[in-house]
Design a protein around this ligand. Structure first.
Ligand code: PGA
Ligand code: ZN
Length: 431
């Protein structure tokens, strides 16, 4: 079987917010064809790899990606065509070298990632091995806890809802992935009724979660607990909750600005605030509780809550091994978020995931708020055995595409499949 890369073709497509993004197709000499779509964030960390946008205000308000597309079709194709798709690491390294910058600012992480993912999917297809198994080997069999984001706030709700960006449910008490998803969808619908009955809006944010006006950042947690009960499940025992405040988005002049509550908190006060939420609600995971460069705030948060719950760095670590290494050295968290497009190649994303896992840290795989129907992260999560992922509400096609792929994987694994449940978390679930 000749797995030489014969053709690469990129085009501009739309993401789930109607903004342009990159799609790449890869054809191998044996005739195998594969396609990959690149996601795009809105609460993007300042340390992320560069998402190359055209800046031409006449098209999509400057958000076009025709330059990134051209970089794939010309410069990257020149380099990568003729290479063997078996050599993922060499291909990723060749693109990194061709770019020549530390943050992929030349070719664009969106261009590079599209190629990296399309090549790996083509290789998996050529071998006839499912992608999750191609990535993870013969023994992978564990399905993740689907951390469903059912209430949206922050920039994902245009600052019309809570300050906190994401409120997730963690159906860790289920016995299979399929049952977890069923519970999640039932809680989502029960929550819709709860919100509707209170006369609040059931409009949704970018990731499919409800985004009503609220008067505090704990109100969504109260609504969700009501929803879990209304679905006939027990908060804490069957279903826990998690949050991604995405606090870099409301960190101004060294303070955390909670607009809905009309309060400005210091880092220490913010830690107190979280401690109370963890006491009052069945919280198992908190992502980006502190801002991307508030290392002292992170260390304090980890001292106070790191022994009880999973503390995930997203904007803090940006899937970057150097930043994760610093986090491990300085004891700043106990888990990292994993987003392929924050770093820009499959090879580097696997390195970040393994680094976390080797140090006993959690690795929490994530979609972006701007998505395509590409379900690569579903296979990645099973392949790298990360135990949990977040990919939005159990609603909206680009979100459920990932959850549905995980159901296919579970079915294919048959009786070998296990469900991570409470073991997904780096700290024992308290309930
Ligand atoms: P983003 O948000 O995709 O808009 O960056 C996701 C997150 O903060 O986890
Ligand atoms: Zn985040």
């Amino acid at each position: 079987m000749d797995t030489t890369i014969q053709k690469l073709h990129a085009r501009e497509i739309l993401d789930s917010r109607g903004n342009p993004t990159v799609e790449v197709e890869c054809t191998l000499a044996c005739g195998t064809f594969a396609r990959a779509g690149v996601p795009s964030g809105a609460s993007t960390g300042i340390h992320e790899a560069v998402e190359l946008r055209d800046g031409d205000k006449k098209r999509f308000g400057g958000k076009g990606v025709l330059n990134a597309v051209a970089n794939v079709n010309d410069k990257i194709a020149d380099k990568v065509i003729g290479m063997d798709a078996r050599n993922q690491v060499l291909i990723d390294e060749a693109m990194i070298a061709l770019d020549g910058t530390p943050n992929k600012g030349n070719l664009g992480a969106n261009a590079i990632l599209g190629v990296s993912l399309a090549v790996s999917r083509a290789m998996a297809t050529a071998t006839g091995i499912p992608l999750y198994r191609y990535l993870g080997g013969p023994t992978v069999h564990r399905l993740p806890v689907p951390m469903m984001n059912i209430m949206n706030g922050g920039v994902h709700a245009h600052w019309q809802g809570a300050d906190f960006q994401e409120y997730m449910i963690a159906p860790y008490g289920a016995s299979t992935f399929r049952q977890a998803l069923e519970w999640g969808a039932e809680v989502y619908h029960a929550l819709q009724s709860v919100i509707n009955k209170k006369g609040m809006s059931v409009g949704v944010g970018d990731e499919g979660g409800f985004a009503p006006h609220v008067s505090s950042n704990h109100e969504p947690l109260e609504l969700i607990v009501e929803g879990i009960n209304a679905a006939g499940l027990t908060p804490g025992k069957d279903v826990g909750v998690a949050m991604d405040p995405a606090s870099s988005g409301f960190f101004e002049d060294g303070k955390y600005l909670l607009r809905t509550e009309n309060r400005k908190l210091s880092s220490a006060e913010m830690v107190d605030y979280y401690e109370k939420l963890v006491k009052d609600f069945p919280v198992v995971l908190l992502e980006d509780g502190m801002a991307e460069d508030d290392w002292d705030g992170w260390k304090l948060l980890n001292q106070r809550l790191g022994g009880i719950i999973e503390l995930v760095g997203d904007d803090l670590f940006v899937t970057n091994v150097e930043r994760i290494e610093r986090g491990i050295r300085e004891n700043a968290a106990n888990a990292t978020l994993i987003k392929l497009n924050q770093i820009g190649t499959l090879t580097e994303t696997v390195a970040a995931t393994r680094l976390a896992q080797f140090h006993g840290w959690g690795a929490f795989v994530s979609h972006r708020s701007g998505e395509t129907v590409d379900s690569f992260i579903a296979d990645f999560t099973v392949g790298l055995d990360t135990g949990h992922l977040k990919t939005g509400a159990p609603a909206r096609g680009e979100r459920v595409a990932k959850y549905n792929q995980l159901m296919r994987i579970e079915e294919e694994l048959g009786s070998a499949a296990t469900y991570a449940g409470k073991d997904a978390f780096i700290r024992p679930v308290r309930f």
